[in-house]
Write a protein that binds this ligand. Structure first.
Ligand code: M6R
Length: 347
């Protein structure tokens, strides 16, 4: 079943180009759902864990491209927030399993007032029966506890949704090119293995990014915690100097996510800030002269045609691989992290 891979997680990371091609087939379904919705003046995403990080990306995309105010709420906190939902609010639930108890509870509550959509991977799961509309991520079964290909597919669903809502044909077309860029990253896996060997004994890690790369930083940190048991924090790059910079020293590697675009220069100045405190930097940025010449301890470059807007779908891949290989270097089983289950059916 693992088709020659040592673990499901590695197999699933490598299937991400195919997963996205399948997700893109949902375009027509998403178009139909959007044409059926009217008078929506607010969107609210609700999810847990990795699905929550995909939702954060959705907020950036929908607000910047379609101009619709969008909130993101953790499913476990949904009942405690006032939410102010009404019939003009669209509530989008993202859940790989479709069985997460916190998410299902929130979905039932939202159904009382608003139109609901569930973005789900598992066919026929509870969330698909509860929601008014269903979008399937079509990533195929995911066996590793760590969400990898389903995260990428959730992102692609959100990109499709935002691009159709905003009638952004250019973005819709550019999504078709993403699988080949993912293949490009996977071809350079050996570089990540080297980095993993070097940092496998670190006690703490920071991941920083700005704008659309902020959820990528959060997701990179979650993957590392989940399967390597190393303490990791994901931070908005500009927020470091408001407290956590005090922690930075030469024992803490900092992963800097720096795709080309509006936030690039500011992210690079945050990189300088942590470098000046002695941190070892692992920078993920574009394959162009300016980035390659940058003097950091380690770097990984990605085709510079992948600009900031598409970066979340591609820049997460080296971070998934980094967690996977650190887990292997530490002699752990990345498919079965301790204390965790693939599907969390208790609140
Ligand atoms: O099935 P769901 O998407 O509702 O699951 C939500 C989280 O439990 C899940 O994403 C979790 O954070 C992942 N195992 C992280 O890799």
């Amino acid at each position: 079943e693992k088709e020659g891979y040592d673990y499901f997680m590695l197999k699933e990371i490598h299937e991400q180009n195919i997963a996205i091609k399948n997700t893109l087939i949902e375009k027509d379904n998403i178009k139909e759902i959007i044409s059926d919705l009217d008078n929506i003046n607010r969107i609210c995403f609700v999810a847990c864990g990795t699905s929550y990080h995909a939702s954060l990306t959705g907020k950036y995309l929908i607000e910047s491209m379609a101009g619709i105010p969008t909130d993101v709420v953790l499913a476990s906190e949904f009942r405690y927030s006032a939410n102010a939902l009404n019939e003009n609010t669209l509530v989008i639930f993202i859940t790989q399993s479709g069985e997460t108890a916190d998410t299902l509870k929130a979905l039932k509550k939202a159904n009382e007032t608003s139109k609901t959509i569930a973005i789900v991977n598992v066919l026929g799961s509870s969330a698909t029966r509860e929601a008014d509309y269903v979008i399937y991520t079509k990533a195929g079964p995911e066996k590793g506890v760590a969400a990898t290909k389903t995260y990428i597919s959730q992102l692609v669903c959100i990109y499709l949704f935002a691009a159709i809502l905003a009638q952004n044909k250019e973005l819709l077309d550019s999504l078709k090119k993403v699988p080949s860029f993912i293949e490009g990253v996977l071809e350079n896996e050996s570089k990540i293995i080297e980095i993993a060997k070097k940092y496998k004994d670190a006690r703490d890690f920071f991941f920083i990014g700005r704008g659309l790369s902020y959820p990528t930083a959060l997701e990179g940190a979650l993957k590392l915690k989940e399967i390597t048991y190393i303490h990791a924090e994901g931070y908005a790059a500009g927020e470091l100097k408001h407290g956590p910079l005090a922690l930075i020293d030469n024992e803490i590697p900092v992963v800097v996510i720096a795709p080309p675009g509006d936030s690039y220069d500011k992210t690079m100045s945050n990189l300088e800030e942590v470098k000046a405190r002695g941190a070892e930097i692992i920078a993920i940025g574009p394959c162009n002269d300016e980035f390659i010449k940058y003097e950091v301890a380690d770097s990984f470059c990605i085709d510079d045609e992948i600009s900031e807007i598409l970066a979340p779908i591609v820049y997460i891949i080296p971070l998934q691989l980094l967690s996977y290989y650190i887990s292997i270097e530490r002699g752990l089983d990345p498919d079965k992290p301790k204390n965790l289950a693939k599907c969390v059916t208790v609140e």
